[in-house]
Ligand binder design. Structure first.
Ligand code: HAM
Length: 421
């Protein structure tokens, strides 16, 4: 037994899983580029206050889930639980308001949340995050939603649907919250302990409680969309019009309120067949007040993030195939010290022209080296023994046909190039 295992809620991504990750990342870079999103990398850790103010003091993320610590200089630092606050911080810090608006960026990297680990929920997860900052046109909401949709369709997902809602703005939401709180006050005895707390601290979150006993109360709860101000209602209607025109399926849900405080107007998630409501493949929305909370001028923004682990889970669940990763097609088997050096030299020459080559280590018999070649799935084994060395040749074994041919050392690269394409 090893002394250590990966920390709870984290995972090693083993070589056999890498084809999924590589394929998803390649498609992400390609699709982001098709829509004109440029890559932005922000630090993995930020000042704790950025998330406290940006994500919201009463959110689960800030109250319970942040990996925060004092660094050696005594500053409070937090491993990012999400990207949006850091991206808007970078937008403000680098004066990106002078660039063409909206500034369209995407990021890819690990996020950290101290959550209860379960399928699709980890303490370290990897997000593909997309943001369009500096424009309030609902067509931008449509665009970021389309990026998510495009990615999942491209990856071959089945049973995709948008969950969609509008949670209004600081002008109309307080009025709705009053009505919601009043409604819940009539049900205080029927709601779970968490909801009792939410009623006090973050009433909007009452609507996404997963506790069974609270469901009938949520079903009959007032709907934010009936309380939207004219501007929010018009924004939402325009977005729905676009989605209808494109024939994108969506479900309007008054339960969808999202767990981060910065959202205004549009909020959405994408669900995919087999992954279920608790495990949205992506979530996002508009955050028109976030830049001001972070000390900047009023700057609208909209975006989403998608967990790569959940994408991989969905792909596996739905049986989506991914291309295998290229691996060396040649192994050089040498039989003694002298031919070993020749083998290393030849491997270097092959790699220099782009032919991947493995060499074997230790003092293994030819039989053992051929077995290794078989297990590694190479197309050819180049055998260099004493007689080959004397004759200035190698014996090439075609691993599929099981046939062997002598090839003059100087001709090996050309010979292999022709056969490996
Ligand atoms: P979020 O819904 O908290 O939103 O996370 C976005 C996505 O990250 C989720 O839909 C899920 O795929 C993945 N995810 C979140 N937490 C975990 C976890 N513990 N384990 C595995 N996957 C997870 C945000 O983070 C917002 N910043 C999204 C956004 C961008 N809104 C506007 N712009």
């Amino acid at each position: 037994m090893a002394l250590y295992s990966a920390p709870r809620g984290t995972q090693d991504i083993l070589p056999e899983d890498q084809p999924y990750w590589r394929h998803i990342q390649e498609r992400i870079h390609c699709i982001a580029q098709l829509y004109g999103y440029q890559q932005l990398d922000t630090p993995i850790f930020e000042d704790t206050a950025l998330f406290e103010h940006g994500v919201g003091e009463t959110t689960d993320i800030v109250e319970k889930e942040m990996y925060s610590f004092l660094d050696k200089g005594g500053d409070s630092i937090t491993l990012r639980p999400e990207f949006t606050a850091g991206v808007v911080r970078a937008y403000l810090e680098h004066g990106m308001h002078v660039r063409p608006q909206p500034v369209k960026v995407y990021s890819l990297g690990p996020c950290f949340r101290y959550e209860r680990p379960q399928a699709g929920r980890y303490r370290q997860h990897t997000q593909f995050n997309v943001e369009a900052v500096g424009e309030q046109d609902p067509a931008v909401d449509l665009e970021v939603m389309s990026v998510a949709w495009h990615l999942y369709e491209d990856l071959g997902f089945k049973g995709l649907s948008f969950q969609l809602n509008s949670i209004g703005c600081p002008r109309c939401r307080p009025g709705f919250l009053k009505v919601l709180v009043k409604y819940y006050e009539g049900h205080v005895d029927d709601i779970c302990d968490d909801c009792q707390r939410r009623l006090e601290r973050s009433p909007l979150r009452l609507l996404d409680c997963k506790n069974e006993g609270c469901q009938p109360i949520i079903d009959a709860a007032p709907d934010m969309r009936d309380y939207l101000c004219d501007e929010c209602a018009e924004h939402f209607q325009t977005l729905l019009g676009y989605l209808d025109a494109l024939g994108r399926p969506y479900t309007l849900s008054h339960r969808l309120v999202r767990g981060l405080d910065y959202y205004t107007k549009t909020v959405f998630e994408v669900w995919a067949e087999g992954i279920g409501a608790q495990n949205a493949v992506c979530g996002g929305g508009r955050y028109d007040g976030l830049a001001e909370v972070l000390g900047g001028p009023p700057t609208p923004g909209v975006g989403f993030a998608s967990g790569l682990e959940r994408i991989v889970l969905t792909m596996k669940h739905q049986g989506v195939e991914v291309p295998t990763l290229p691996s060396p097609q040649v192994l050089i088997a040498s039989l003694d010290e002298r031919t070993k050096v020749m083998g290393v030299k030849l491997a270097g020459e092959l790699r220099a022209v782009g032919i991947g080559a493995l060499t074997s280590f230790g003092e293994r018999s030819l039989k053992a080296q051929l077995r290794q070649a078989d297990r590694q799935g190479v197309a050819f084994t180049l055998i260099i023994g004493e007689s080959e060395a004397e004759a200035g040749q190698v014996t090439v074994r075609d691993m599929i046909k099981g046939e062997q041919y002598p090839v003059v050392l100087e001709d090996v690269i050309t010979w292999l190039s022709q056969r490996l394409g």
